[in-house]
Ligand binder design. Structure first.
Ligand code: ZN
Length: 54
């Protein structure tokens, strides 16, 4: 199951491939990270997300 890379909560799958969250990529990297809606609300920009992602 997919987890949020910031808070570690599981992302619930809504429909077939739609996840409750978003996928971001670091620049210059092909690695993908998942961010749930709650963390998107908590941290307004991607720089903050990447600072929190482990
Ligand atoms: Zn989260």
């Amino acid at each position: 199951m997919t987890k949020c890379n910031i808070c570690g909560n599981k992302l619930q799958e809504l429909f077939l491939e739609k996840l409750k969250g978003t996928v971001v990529k670091k620049e210059g990297s092909s690695k993908k990270y998942h961010v749930c809606f709650e963390c998107q609300k908590k941290f307004k920009n991607k720089d903050e997300w990447f600072a929190k992602i482990k």
